[in-house]
Design a protein around this ligand. Structure first.
Ligand SMILES: Cc1ncc(COP(=O)(O)O)c(C=O)c1O
Length: 457
């Protein structure tokens, strides 16, 4: 028997919402380079010098495109994380809305090990069952007829751009392979949106400082005001617009939900102009809002939806879901990716999907979101710099009239990991969807303390 299979039974026989201990991980993986664990199952605690050395080496060897917090994370369990010095944190960032089931979820881990023991990757030269299983789940539980797999959120939007451009050419009745053919190609996106950092998705993304150093951008982009139908109507034009990209709930842009009238109006404008409506649910999709899909809050369906972050619970994956009329224009060779839809990631994603896609799980997300917002209002709103607590489900923002970075730094020192959004003036909380009520209450207490420390009343 394969060594992994032989040791798996002994390592974990999990019930669904339990977590795997690091000791179990080491037992399953004899090649693990992890340091010996302590008797309670956690990795050995290191001193501050060790953290300093890792951070110094990171600066020496890793290209400096991230402004990382000065902590070295060692391990996690549920919505808790520990750094290498043994300090505990409530993880309200979840790897930027990724670790939907928290850290080391037992069912997630079991699916990972089960598939790793069989087959991790073949490329898309062959059929593999886990990819089909995942596509079936996504299609049967959404507006879509077909799924395309990739590896990240930006890649999902990149693919959606290509699908929309080709769809518009076919729909215009031109030969899509004729380089001289003229067809609608413009793409509309909105102020404060974030769609990714590769060249196509970047062109749609709002923040100028992400784009300017890499000019020129992809041509054919138009920007309209978010939640403003008049502005959208001025940009969406028959014969010019191929697709409109919108996040049903903006995440990076400041945790701002669309209005129902806005999304319904976009649907109408797109239909009138013969353009596709694309919902970017990379951050708000798959349970985060308390609905399986964010757009279900609004009763408006897109032609294309992009997904990524939480789908494989921490492994890289991106997905584009499309209606049949979009699928019909794409042919073999039009798009692809070596790693996309590999059996390892897809098998794990099936297990994540099955856990999230139950009425009880989704209801719990909604309840926890309500609890978190109520708790934050209780602990923070007496500080005059707190202007609003908003969001849906467990996509929560606290609008400040000061920069949020110093507050999230202070919260980290006090044991809560939170991130920022908007113009840097929003505290963004996107915890694992399995965060407990106790962790929510603790987080709110700590954020209340943090804001009062940074900006005393
Ligand atoms: C709405 C949205 N779209 C796209 C992306 C890009 O995803 P990735 O970082 O996986 O490329 C993000 C990332 O934060 C996002 O929030």
């Amino acid at each position: 028997m394969h060594q992994l299979q032989a040791s798996r039974g002994a390592a974990v026989r999990p019930s669904r919402r339990t977590c795997v201990s690091p000791i179990a991980v080491a037992a399953v993986n004899p090649a693990s380079t992890a340091k010996p664990a302590t008797s309670n199952g956690t990795p050995a605690v290191r001193d501050a010098e060790y953290s300093k050395k890792v951070i110094a080496d990171e600066q020496k060897y890793v290209l400096q495109t991230y402004a990382r917090a000065p902590v070295v994370i060692s391990h996690g369990k549920g919505a808790k994380m520990w750094d290498v010095e043994g300090k505990e944190y409530i993880d309200m960032a979840a790897g930027i809305a990724v670790n939907a089931l928290g850290h080391t979820d037992a069912a997630w881990y079991e699916a990972l090990v089960e598939q790793a023991a069989k087959l991790a990757h073949t490329s898309n030269l062959y059929h593999t069952q886990p990819q089909v299983e995942l596509a079936k789940r996504l299609v049967e539980n959404s507006f879509a007829d077909k799924a395309f797999f990739c590896n990240t959120g930006t890649e999902a939007n990149e693919a959606a751009i290509k699908f929309a451009r080709k769809w518009a050419r076919v729909r215009a009745g031109v030969d899509p392979y004729d380089g001289d053919a003229v067809a609608p190609y413009e793409l509309v996106s909105f102020t404060s949106c974030f769609h990714g950092r590769t060249m196509g998705a970047l062109a749609l993304t709002y923040k100028e400082q992400y784009k300017t150093p890499f000019f020129p951008m992809m041509p054919g982009h138009r920007l309209a005001e978010y939640n403003d139908l008049e502005s959208a109507a001025a940009c969406i034009e028959k014969g010019k617009t191929a697709a409109v990209f919108v996040e049903p709930v903006q995440g990076e842009g400041g945790v701002t939900p669309s209005t129902q009238a806005f999304l319904a109006g976009l649907r109408k404008l797109c239909d009138e102009a013969g353009a596709l409506l694309v919902f970017d649910e990379v951050q708000c999709g798959l349970g985060r809002t308390g609905k399986l899909w964010g757009h279900q809050l609004y009763g408006v369906e897109p032609d294309i939806m992009t997904l990524a972050k939480p789908l494989a619970g921490g492994l890289p994956i991106g997905t584009v879901l499309v209606k049949q009329h979009v699928a019909d224009v794409m042919k073999p060779g039009d798009h692809g990716s070596t790693f996309a839809g590999n059996p390892l990631v897809c098998h794990v994603a099936c297990s994540v999907f099955d856990i999230i896609n139950t009425p009880a799980f989704l209801q719990a997300v909604e309840d926890k979101g309500n609890r978190l917002r109520a708790a934050l209002k209780r602990t923070m709103s007496s500080n005059p710099h707190v202007k609003e607590v908003r969001g849906v489900g467990l996509l929560v923002g606290v609008q400040l009239d000061i920069m949020a970075g110093p507050v999230t730094d202070a919260a980290r020192d006090l044991g809560v990991m939170a991130i920022t959004a908007g113009k840097g003036d929003v505290i963004r909380l996107v915890p694992p969807l399995v965060v407990t009520d106790e962790e929510i209450d603790q987080c709110a207490e700590i954020l209340g303390k943090a804001i009062n420390q940074v900006a005393p009343k």
